[in-house]
Write a protein that binds this ligand. Structure first.
Ligand code: CA
Length: 365
């Protein structure tokens, strides 16, 4: 019986194979769909914005052009920081955004992007795809009628551009700094006055002196926005964003109406474009950092005392949020517990390898 059905299947396969060569068509009953995706990012941020374009291209090509997704830059049909709301209401079927932009709705959403002293990009991928991350983040978005998929990760970000050097924790007091969400709450404990400003408005504010400091992403994007022309001191690391993940939002009801094949294509196309974003950033950041340094940018590590004070402030905020909300505490414990099991491994082979190579290259110069 088993052998007979194997032969039957094999012959069907052979016939289908021949037919596919003669007339390549995607499943003929597959629907033609035109969806809209609202991005939180502008076209000029080509790595962030380009990731959603790459995703849409993979989806279209995998369906012989039947499933089309049109991408709208932030502000064109939906304001950049209201993408979640637009997907929730089904104004658009899809969005490309960051959970931590919606910190004001619920801080728990930050775990889908990045939180202070959290996971790096590889650990975030491991948490999402191999551990509890996907299940927990999907539970977070359920009340918003959204199904999330990872769609990009910038890698660890920079600590930002400062007009004046930061030598002590006191130097942070009264500093007007552009930053977003959770980071702002922690920095405020150290005396920083956080300002949430959209990408395009940051440069004029820095130029006018309305801002003393700004953090955005890393060398490639920061160079495009021109901050180095005004603030010379470029700090690392961006301890509030160890591996920020960008997300694809799909309206839950619309997703459920899709044929299974389209659902699988969304999943696999998002995985492919997700990986591509980190590669693009790694490639572009190294070159941009060299150019910035050649133009007089001064690179500094945050002093250890500033890092320690920031760590303590972050723990204080985590404890307060955890005490207020058991749901926050459950995700926090899972996420940070995962970090604490990952880091001892990363320190062994990965970190020692990177350190050795880094030192060897410096000696060579
Ligand atoms: Ca940032």
């Amino acid at each position: 019986m088993q052998r007979r059905s194997f032969l039957k299947n094999a012959s069907i396969g052979a016939v289908a194979g021949t037919a596919a060569v003669a007339a390549p068509v995607f499943a003929q009953d597959a629907p033609t769909l035109n969806w809209r995706l609202a991005s939180s990012f502008g076209r000029s941020l080509d790595t962030l914005f380009g990731c959603s374009e790459m995703f849409a291209k993979y989806v279209s090509e995998s369906t012989d052009g039947k499933f089309n997704i049109r991408i709208f830059p932030g502000g064109e049909i939906v304001p950049p920081l209201q993408v979640l709301d637009a997907v929730q209401k089904n104004t658009v079927e899809m969005g490309h955004s960051c959970g931590y932009y919606y910190f004001g709705k619920d801080p728990i959403l930050c775990f889908d992007t990045a939180v202070p002293f959290g996971l790096n990009a590889r650990q975030m991928n491991a948490w999402m795809y191999e551990a509890d991350g996907m299940k927990l983040t999907r539970e977070m978005y359920k009340p918003y009628n959204i199904l999330n998929f990872p769609l990009g990760n910038t890698g660890v970000q920079m600590g930002g551009w400062f007009r004046k050097e930061i030598k002590t924790v006191d130097d942070l007091k009264g500093l007007k700094m552009r930053t977003a969400g959770f980071a702002g709450t922690v920095l405020a404990r150290l005396g920083v006055v956080p300002q949430q400003i959209a990408g395009g408005d940051i440069y004029p504010a820095l130029e006018k002196g309305t801002l003393d400091a700004v953090e955005w992403v890393g060398p490639a994007d920061d160079e495009k926005l021109g901050f180095f022309k005004i603030a010379k001191h470029y700090y690392y690391p961006g301890w509030w964003e160890g591996g920020p993940q960008i997300s694809l939002y799909v309206n839950q009801g619309e997703f459920e109406k899709l044929p299974k094949s389209y659902q699988v294509i969304i999943d696999s196309a998002s995985r492919a474009a997700h990986t591509a974003m980190t590669a693009r950033y790694d490639n572009a950041n190294a070159a941009a950092l060299r150019r910035l340094l050649a133009q007089g940018t001064q690179l500094h590590a945050f002093p250890r005392a500033v890092m320690d004070a920031s760590w303590d402030a972050a723990i204080q905020v985590y404890d307060e949020f955890s005490a207020k909300d058991p749901k926050f505490k459950a995700v926090y414990d899972n996420y940070m517990g995962y970090r604490d099991t990952q880091v001892p491994w990363f320190r062994v082979a990965e970190a020692s390898y990177d350190q050795f190579i880094g030192a060897a290259i410096s000696r060579k110069k």
